[in-house]
Ligand binder design. Structure first.
Ligand code: 13P
Length: 245
């Protein structure tokens, strides 16, 4: 862990209703007395419908809220069903996940992701930029090539990268229970850090209370992007606690 903060980002994906907010109380309570509070960042990225109520609930807690995607247009427009980064910011989002493989797999390409990142930064959101190779690409041993392309195109024409956090999420590890081998993960994180100087690089993909001990031993990771396990407050708290033990 090389940076000032260790990040724990909860990606709730398309899960959760108003009653799911009650479970966040446990995390607020835990975090209040957590001795590593000052060096830990917790960010909840719920569905858009919960951004406003969640940010109200998290007021004064040092836990922040983010969104999971946005339209690339900075201004309002006739885009049925879409929400732009300014709208997300106005209801309480401070961060936004962009480039997630679940969106890449339904047609988001690097160029579109680049436009989204630029619009989000312009609106004042911090970007959690997801990159990662598929199983097929891993088997072909072209992981670095794929990541390089995602980075170069995704961050095209973006000079100031201080509000960008990279989340390395191998597609084959998302929701599968599989995680990369320690050595591979260390090398990949290193590779990304060399490409984007001074960047924070998180790992995401099947992070859970069981494998966190192994993951935290990889000492160039700056935190974790947690999917499934983040919806269960007990598991999420467990992950945070075990990272420091
Ligand atoms: P899981 O933790 O459920 O594998 O999801 C990871 C992810 O996609 C986070 O963005």
């Amino acid at each position: 862990m090389t940076n000032k903060y260790i990040y724990f980002i909860a990606n709730w994906k398309m899960f959760g209703g108003l009653n799911s907010l009650n479970s966040v109380y446990k995390v607020i309570k835990f975090f209040k007395t957590f001795k590593k509070n000052k060096s830990t960042k917790i960010i909840y990225c719920p569905p858009n419908t919960l951004i406003r109520p969640m940010s109200k609930k998290l007021k004064n807690s040092r836990i922040e809220v983010g969104a999971q995607n946005c339209h690339e247009n900075e201004s309002y427009g006739a885009f049925t069903g879409s929400v732009n980064s300014i709208m997300l910011k106005s209801v309480g989002a401070k961060y936004i996940i962009l480039g997630h493989s679940e969106n890449r797999s339904i047609g988001e390409n690097n160029k579109l992701i680049n436009l989204k990142i630029r619009s989000a930064l312009k609106s004042g959101l911090k970007v959690i930029f997801c990159i990662g190779e598929t199983l097929q690409e891993k088997r072909k041993k072209i992981t670095k090539k794929v990541l390089n392309k995602q980075i170069q195109s995704g961050l095209f024409k973006i000079k100031n990268k201080k509000n960008i956090i990279i989340a390395y999420e191998p597609v084959w590890s998302i929701g599968t229970g599989l995680i990369p081998k320690n050595k591979d993960l260390f090398n990949t994180i290193n590779f990304i850090k060399k490409k984007i100087r001074n960047s924070k690089v998180l790992y995401g993909g099947s992070v859970n209370p069981k494998n966190i001990k192994e993951l935290k031993s990889i000492n160039n990771i700056d935190g974790f992007l947690v999917g499934g396990a983040s919806q269960d407050s007990k598991k999420f708290i467990d992950i945070i606690k075990k990272t420091y033990n």
